[in-house]
Design a protein around this ligand. Sequence first.
Ligand code: NAD
Ligand code: IPM
Ligand code: MN
Length: 354
Amino acid sequence: SGTVRLAVIPGDGIGPEVTTEALKVLEAAAPSGVTFDQTRYDLGAERYLATGEVLPDSVLGEIREHDAILLGAVGGKPNDPNLPPGILERGLLLKLRFELDHYVNLRPSRLFPGATSPLAPHVLDAGEIDFVVVREGTEGPYTGNGGALRVGTPAEIATEVSVNTAYGVERVVRDAFARAQRRPRKKLTLVHKTNVLVNAGSLWWRLVQAVAPEFPEVSVDYIHVDAAMIFLATDPARFDVIVTDNLFGDIVTDLAAAITGGIGLAASGNVNPDRTAPSMFEPVHGSAPDIAGQQKADPTAAILSAGLLLDHLGHPEAAAAVERAAIADMADRSPGATRTTTEIGDAIAARVAG
Ligand code: NAD
Ligand code: IPM
Ligand code: MN
């Protein structure tokens, strides 16, 4: 029981639409005695275009004082000359992940009954799709190390340097092992590109080997990222916990979403396991400008992300209720039928309440 201080960042495009539904379900699932004290932050494209502000330090300081963050999506209209690519992605989303030390970007991937996978029937018959990607969230090529020289000339050179620290890799690897240990199959797969990215690859591989003896029950596997794409499409049942770097994890999890029923179902948590700052929960998808404002977005990913938030805050039963309601809703979906964002949110909230 008690008050949960929740920072809400609806963001851009379909972000506000799906966040409304996630909050609806969160309220319906709140354990008795728990109230959500919400603070809304109007960060995103609109604010940037109006004021030039992306994430003022004072706002970051306020957000830090919350127990958790629920985020919709960020990203403005494509090719807006006033909004260069990356301004919001780097200045808002990645800044939050870095500043709040969200080193575990947790992306569960399950094919729920009722969700439609594009994979061939024989692939799906081979076993359940139920794995979780532990994507490193604070390093890799995302840190902004690099630069551009002689821009616009034929001699232009552009670099983005992938930063991998022993500290950063070891902590995410240990978290992934601990998650594998808690799962029935207890299997950890490192996905990397050690055959080409030999410096970072060697570090990741050595730290996996170094941490493994702490988790003797966990079996360890390694797959190059390109081959991992083959297995995601041909034998996804082989995966249990995947640990990988920030960029590979980004790519892997969009494919993982696609094979488990689509990006509208994929939830994520940007977790600070040490709890030195609030963790942030958001769908894997973006602002989807192509369908924004039309009530076409599936809010299930945002709703399942709110479930992850409940679990993180120590309410596993409420989290399970959200997941059960979303699963039941998916199971009832008839192919071809379309519902609005609000209709799906209402239906899942009603199942949670009932
Ligand atoms: P996207 O995920 O926004 O959209 C990809 C495709 O999936 C689109 O066709 C879209 O309509 C569809 N889609 C996405 N979410 C859906 C949902 N809930 N229901 C139904 N369909 C859905 O990716 P994008 O087009 O590459 O990026 C658009 C913008 O979002 C960019 O500015 C990008 O930087 C940003 N982005 C933000 C986040 C985030 O905030 N976490 C994540 C990814 C992309
Ligand atoms: C995601 C997004 C972000 C990422 C972008 C928008 C910075 O694609 O959350 O998957 O690459 O992490
Ligand atoms: Mn992504």
